[in-house]
Write a protein that binds this ligand. Structure first.
Ligand code: GEK
Length: 254
């Protein structure tokens, strides 16, 4: 089974996330550019509770769901951690994993990394907008912390597009930062996430500046909203298989 990124790519001075460590007068909206690519494994491991476990579990789910002669999609693939987990976990010989990301820098670095893996024949990373991605003959699709970056008005169309390109019995993994209607739960989980980041070495300044950078870019929704949309898109079954504070992962079956 896939090891977490943290273990696979040891953190050095060059790839440690310090992007928000110095005070800035004007915080620009967050973009997935080269500077983010350089520190991405460290950033996501120290920022998203359970990220390594989620990647490992995507591998386990791939073993269960990837069917022979089918495609598996990793939409918003970044450096391809989910793609690699699917290729590594698949229990069949004939399948293709297609990773899509609209950051050129991510796709370029991710492609180099996939080429160095023993699973390169099974994985293609492509530059593109996941909203326009053609989905066909899919037995598995992964949206691992990417739907949150798509405007809410477009999210139903994204899920419908995935659904129509899936085989019966196919699985969608949807991982998201979530929010809560209940104010107490919202504040408590935000505070716990803050504590998680501090425990992982981020300063209060880094946490606050990153939050500002993501404010207009990442729009979390409640679990109820996600469940309703998944059912509206056509999926028969859906459940939460992971949650830690304000981060959750759902599995939906066609
Ligand atoms: C992982 N799934 O390591 N089309 C394609 N890609 C997009 C779009 C879009 N419209 N919008 C954003 N992205 C990965 C982690 S990171 C999550 C995903 C995070 C891409 C964006 O370029 C970035 O690479 C990714 O979605 C989000 O399992 O950083 O919180």
């Amino acid at each position: 089974m896939l090891k977490t990124d943290q273990k696979r790519y040891p953190v050095t001075k060059a790839n440690k996330d310090q992007l928000f460590a110095t005070p800035s007068k004007q915080i620009a909206d967050f973009v997935f550019d080269q500077s983010v690519v350089d520190v991405f494994p460290d950033m996501i491991n120290r920022s998203v509770p359970g990220y390594g476990s989620i990647i490992n579990t995507i591998g386990l789910l791939a073993q269960q769901y990837i069917q022979s002669d089918s495609n598996a999609y990793d939409l918003g693939c970044s450096l391809g951690a989910g793609s690699l987990a699917m290729a590594q976990g698949a229990g069949v010989d004939k399948f293709q994993v297609i990773g899509v990301d609209n950051s050129h820098a991510m796709v370029e670095r991710g492609t180099e990394m996939m080429q160095q893996s023993p699973f390169s024949d099974f994985i293609t990373l492509q530059h593109g907008d996941l909203c326009d991605q053609n989905i066909e003959n899919a037995s598995m699709a992964v949206l691992n912390f990417t739907l949150q970056f798509i405007s809410p008005q477009k999210r139903l169309a994204v899920l419908k597009n995935i659904y129509q390109g899936m085989r019966p019995g196919a699985a969608l993994v949807l991982s998201e930062k979530i929010c809560f209607d209940d104010v107490f739960s919202q504040q408590t989980n935000e505070q716990l996430h803050h504590q998680f980041k501090q425990t992982n070495g981020y300063s209060a300044l880094e946490i606050s500046q990153k939050r500002t950078a993501l404010e207009n870019v990442l729009e979390p929704e409640t679990l109820d909203t996600h469940f309703q949309r998944i059912h509206e898109a056509g999926f028969q079954h859906c459940n939460t298989w992971f949650q830690c504070f304000n981060f959750a992962s759902l599995i939906a079956i066609k």
